[in-house]
Write a protein that binds this ligand. Structure first.
Ligand code: PLP
Length: 360
C-alpha cells in the first residue's frame, strides 16, 4: 500500500500514525472485545477517552481553567449561529471583520440574529491582505468582535491577535487551530470544525470563557446553549464518539511531535519553502501580500491557466492530489495542515519545478 500526499483543504489528510493506531484498535479497543464506536458514550471506557482528549487539548493549548471545552456537532457553520445566540447577552449588535469567504458566511448568518457592524473589510483589495488594525472601526456597544484567523479559501492569515479590550474576541479557527501556540486568554470564544487540523469531519470544538455563557436568545434549542452543553460534558445527547476518539489520537500525536511550538516550526518551514518556490519562479504566482500569507492554505496560479488540467493530472499521477483551487479563486491550492509531512511539500515543489521546465 502506498499513501498519497493529499493536499485537500478539508476533510484533510490525517497523520498516518493515527490511522494505523485507529486501525489496530478498530475491532477491539483495549481488550474490551468491542470497537469504540459500538460503546455507550456514558460507559467508563468512552468517558476515559473523552476526558483524555479534553485533557490533552487543554495541555496543548494551555487553556486556562475558567474556559469550558465543548465537543459539539454541526460544524463551524452551526457556530456562525450559535455564537450570536449565546454571546449577544442582551446586546443587539456585534462587530465582524470581513477577510474573505468564511467571514462572509459568518456575517450572513449573524445578520439573522443581530445588527452586524463590519468593522473592517479586505474586500477593496480583493481579500489579498488583512486590514491593518488601526483602520478598524470597532463599535463600543458590540457584544463581541468576530474574526477568521485563517481564510481557508483565500489563503490570508492573521499572524497577530487583535486587542479588543473588554469586548470579547471570537475566532473561527477551523483551519488554523493547533498549527502554533495561541494565548487562549485573549479570546472570549474559539471554535473550529475538526476536519482540517483536528480529526475527521463531524466534530466541532468550542473553547469558551465561562462567564460569557448562560444567557441565550430566546427561544434557543437546548442543544445550542453552551451552558447546557458545558454542564452536561457535551453529552446532552449522543456525541460523535468515534470522531471524538480520533481527535484524541491526533492530540496525542501532536504531543508526541513536541507540541505546538514544534508544530509551528515545521508549519512555518513547510510554507516558507512553498512560497519561496512560487516567488522564485516566473511561472507560479500567489496573490497574497507577504505579511498576510497563510501557513495552512496556499493558493497559486500558473502563468497559463490552459495548463491547469495537465498540472492536476500529472500531479495526481505522482501521488500529489486535491490541488485544485476553490472554484471562486481558480488555479491551485495546497493545504499544508499539521498532518502534511514536510516530505509531501518537498515532493510538490520538485514536481512544480519539473512541470515548469517542461511546460513553462
Ligand atoms: C471549513 C471551514 C468552515 C466550515 O466548516 P464546516 O465544518 O463545514 O461547517 C468554516 N470556517 C472556516 C475558516 C473553514 O475553514
Amino acid at each position: 500500500m502506498s499513501r498519497i500526499y493529499n493536499f485537500s483543504p478539508g476533510p484533510a489528510t490525517l497523520p498516518e500514525a493515527v490511522l494505523k493506531k485507529a486501525s489496530e484498535e478498530m475491532l477491539e479497543w483495549h481488550g474490551t472485545g468491542s470497537s469504540i464506536m459500538e460503546m455507550s458514550h456514558r460507559g467508563k471506557e468512552f468517558l476515559s477517552v473523552a476526558e483524555q482528549a479534553e485533557a490533552d487539548l487543554r495541555e496543548l493549548l494551555q487553556i486556562p481553567v475558567n474556559y469550558k471545552v465543548l465537543f459539539l456537532q454541526g460544524g463551524a457553520t452551526l457556530q456562525f449561529a450559535m455564537v450570536p445566540m449565546n454571546l449577544l447577552r442582551g446586546k443587539t449588535t456585534a462587530d465582524y471583520i470581513n477577510t474573505g469567504s468564511w467571514s462572509k458566511k459568518a456575517i450572513a448568518e449573524a445578520k439573522r440574529y443581530c445588527e452586524v457592524n463590519v468593522a473592517a473589510s479586505g474586500e477593496d483589495t480583493g481579500f489579498n491582505t488583512i486590514p491593518a488594525f488601526d483602520s478598524w472601526k470597532l463599535n463600543k456597544d458590540a457584544a463581541y468582535v468576530h474574526f477568521t484567523p485563517n481564510e481557508t479559501i483565500g489563503g490570508v492569515e492573521f499572524h497577530w491577535v487583535p486587542e479588543t479590550g473588554d469586548t470579547p474576541l471570537v475566532a473561527d479557527m477551523s483551519s488554523t487551530i493547533l498549527s502554533r501556540p495561541v494565548d487562549v486568554s485573549k479570546f472570549g470564544l474559539i471554535y473550529a470544525g475538526a476536519q482540517k487540523n483536528i480529526g475527521p469531519a463531524g466534530l466541532t470544538v468550542v473553547i469558551v470563557r465561562e462567564d460569557l455563557i448562560g444567557e441565550t436568545l430566546s427561544p434557543c434549542p437546548s442543544l445550542f446553549d453552551y451552558k447546557n452543553q458545558a454542564e452536561n460534558g457535551s453529552m446532552m445527547n449522543t456525541p460523535p464518539t468515534y470522531t471524538w476518539y480520533l481527535a484524541g489520537l491526533v492530540f496525542d500525536w501532536i504531543k508526541g511531535q513536541g507540541g505546538l511550538d514544534a508544530m509551528a516550526q515545521v508549519n512555518q518551514r513547510k510554507s516558507d519553502k512553498l512560497y519561496a518556490a512560487i516567488d522564485g519562479s516566473d511561472f507560479y504566482k500567489n496573490p497574497v501580500e507577504t505579511a498576510s500569507r497563510s501557513w495552512m492554505n496556499i493558493p497559486f496560479t500558473l502563468a497559463d491557466p490552459e495548463l491547469d488540467a495537465t498540472f492536476l493530472k500529472l500531479a495526481a499521477e505522482q501521488g500529489l492530489t486535491a490541488l485544485k483551487g476553490h472554484r471562486s479563486v481558480g488555479g491551485m491550492r495546497a493545504s499544508l495542515y499539521n498532518a502534511m509531512p514536510e516530505a509531501g511539500v518537498d515532493a510538490l515543489i520538485k514536481f512544480m519545478q519539473d512541470f515548469e521546465q517542461k511546460h513553462g
